[in-house]
Design a protein around this ligand. Structure first.
Ligand SMILES: [Fe+2]
Length: 191
């Protein structure tokens, strides 16, 4: 379930808006010039689909989004639980921690979730806008926007990423431990 929760940046308990209505979510984000879109998910292109199949399946949508050719690199990031692998909990935890500190990028951070879920936290003026993205959601975090990302305790997602530059994913970390004061993805969904 896609979810949006707006909180005061000084107090996570001060919840100003919580909605799972996609239209309302889009309208709220549009107020801040943040692009949020929903693409119809394609059957057979869920968590078990091969990466090449994901890119091929969404080819038309990808071409439309990249009509002006601004994205030089389009790839797929994915993580799935592998309980048979004793190293998986440590790998998952390391991957999760890498993105949970507040940072910003020189270009927009554009992600389409083909499967699974993840939560972006956008730090805007005096608000933190948490957006839990699920299959079918496209979100573009504008360049320069402070944000962090939580893939949850059991990371499970397939996301198409769009980069203008090869190193577009590199983050400039603010050093603010703000993320520690806000509900995690799992807590937001369970609330
Ligand atoms: Fe980021």
């Amino acid at each position: 379930m896609t979810l949006l929760q707006v909180m005061a940046d000084s107090d996570a308990a001060d919840v100003r808006l919580r909605t799972d209505n996609p239209t309302q979510i889009g309208a709220e984000l549009a107020k801040h010039d943040i692009v949020f879109d929903r693409w119809p998910t394609l059957p057979g292109l869920g968590a078990s689909a091969p990466t090449e199949g994901i890119l091929a399946g969404y080819d038309d949508r990808i071409a439309e989004l990249n009509a002006d050719g601004r994205y030089q690199v389009i790839d797929v990031a994915r993580l799935h639980p592998d309980d048979a692998d004793p190293r998986w909990p440590a790998l998952a935890s390391a991957a999760r921690e890498k993105f949970r500190s507040e940072h910003r990028h020189a270009e927009d951070e554009v992600r389409f979730f083909a499967a699974g879920r993840g939560c972006f936290y956008l730090h805007l003026d005096h608000d933190v806008v948490a957006v839990v993205c699920t299959a079918g959601d496209l979100l573009s975090v504008p360049a320069g926007t402070r944000h962090w990302f939580d893939m949850g305790e059991r990371p499970d997602f397939v996301a198409i990423r769009f980069f203008e530059q090869q190193d577009g994913w590199i983050g400039d970390f603010t050093g603010d431990p703000i993320g520690e004061r806000f509900p995690t993805l799992d807590e937001l969904v369970a609330a």
